[in-house]
Write a protein that binds this ligand. Structure first.
Ligand SMILES: Cc1ncc(COP(=O)(O)O)c(C=O)c1O
Length: 396
């Protein structure tokens, strides 16, 4: 398909020859799953974000699940997150039998409102808070760290949108303000491994637990074996085949060829962010004069990772439904998306926790107006202009 006429989704992978060759090279080797590139990718990732440790896994969802397990979340404990995210941000608590509740988002960046979180913390003990850097705009991590110290909860940054972003002097993923940070490498994210995820932490114990849980809860290190008789022969030598399962874990491993792709993609992250920020600036400039459109907020002390570029549209004033607008844009090869339907609107959650429309007004207001428009690095100037021009024609 020619550049001119291709369909432009809200986000997509950008793969070049180097990425493809890196994968092919591994596919020709002996180890295509648990080979040396997994550790290489983890080391490169932790170096890039500035964390002590990184553990790769099979998806962003697996990263969140493993994180909840590693932090000891279980039945009888409570997890809080915000309704404006992908369902996985809440589901991870459900996976381990914890009780889930939500705190509404703020009215500008649509991240979890720290003010509303504190109101909740004053009333009840919360064990884990999952904060989302919505669209790639870092949440208020300084305030969250302050609350974490005061109210003694564990903090997970669901950073699936924010690879390449920065909060003050810290790269997202450094865990300077949190216990754990999780990432997704789904193709719409800032880098991809097909499916894939990463967890970062600065805590050695958490790191070791994560590594075991990712691979069936199995331990292969002889100094930790509990059943010494089975583990060693009568010469005191470790039996070559021996391993122990101390915890109930999963197969959430990333493969070696996915890691090869991850390493290759990570080399380009600064360039990817640079290009996305240029596109966002163009959108900001051209869309801000339309009084039916609000452009995304941008705090001065952060670097926005622009996983998404989400505008708010006053559909009521416009006199068209969002569906109509999306359809009109689709006819011009422009893909848009609604990210996200508030999680408490999902039947699983409202049936279980008895949420109603109106439970989280700011999230609901966001949902009624949001529209994510295409942003990915290889959008050409021509395509960007086409998006801007068409959007201004449709929303007018
Ligand atoms: C905020 C957020 N959390 C978690 C996930 C889950 O990641 P994955 O699709 O890799 O499982 C996503 C992906 O859509 C996400 O956007």
């Amino acid at each position: 398909m020619s550049q001119k006429s291709r369909f432009l989704p809200y986000g997509r992978q950008t793969l070049d020859k180097k990425d493809i060759n890196a994968v092919i090279k591994v596919l020709k080797k002996d180890y295509i799953t648990q080979g040396p590139l997994i550790t290489k990718f983890e080391n490169a990732f932790s170096k890039y974000v500035g964390s002590k440790y990184a553990v790769s896994c099979s998806s962003g969802t697996a990263a969140l699940h493993l994180s909840c397990l590693a932090l000891g979340l279980k039945p009888g404990k409570k997890l809080v997150t915000s309704p404006i995210s992908f369902v996985a941000s809440a589901n991870c608590g459900e996976f381990v039998g914890a009780k889930i509740s939500f705190v509404d988002v703020d009215d500008k960046k649509f991240n979890l409102s720290t003010q509303k979180l504190e109101q909740k913390l004053k009333k009840e003990k919360i064990d884990v808070v999952v904060v989302i850097h919505m669209a790639g705009h870092p949440a208020d991590l300084r305030k969250l760290r302050e609350l974490k110290k005061k109210y003694k909860f564990k903090l997970i940054e669901d950073a699936c949108h924010a690879l390449g972003g920065k909060y003050k002097k810290s790269k997202i993923g450094s865990c300077d303000y949190s216990d754990i940070c999780t990432f997704s490498f789904h193709p719409v994210k800032n880098i991809t491994t097909g499916e894939g995820g990463m967890i970062t932490t600065n805590d050695k114990k958490i790191y070791e637990k994560l590594k075991q849980l990712r691979s069936h809860g199995i331990n292969k290190s002889s100094n930790q074996f509990l059943n010494r008789k089975l583990a060693f022969d009568y010469n005191g030598k470790k039996n070559m085949w021996y391993y122990e399962m101390g915890h109930l874990g999963f197969n959430y491993r990333l493969t070696d060829f996915q890691s090869a792709l991850g390493i290759s993609q990570l080399r380009k992250i600064n360039n990817i962010i640079k290009k996305k920020r240029i596109i966002a600036k163009l959108y900001d400039k051209k869309l801000s004069n339309n009084n039916l459109i609000s452009i995304p907020a941008h705090q001065s002390d952060i670097i926005h990772a622009y996983h998404l570029y989400t505008i708010m549209v006053d559909f009521k004033k416009l006199g068209k439904t969002r569906n109509q607008v999306m359809e009109e844009l689709r006819k011009k090869s422009i893909g848009t998306q609604v990210l996200y339907i508030p999680i408490h609107y999902q039947p699983y959650y409202y049936n279980k926790y008895k949420y109603k429309i109106g439970s989280f007004p700011q999230s609901e207001k966001y949902y009624n107006n949001c529209l994510s428009i295409p942003i990915f690095p290889d959008l050409s100037r021509k395509e960007i202009n086409h998006i801007i021009k068409t959007l201004l024609k449709v929303i007018n």
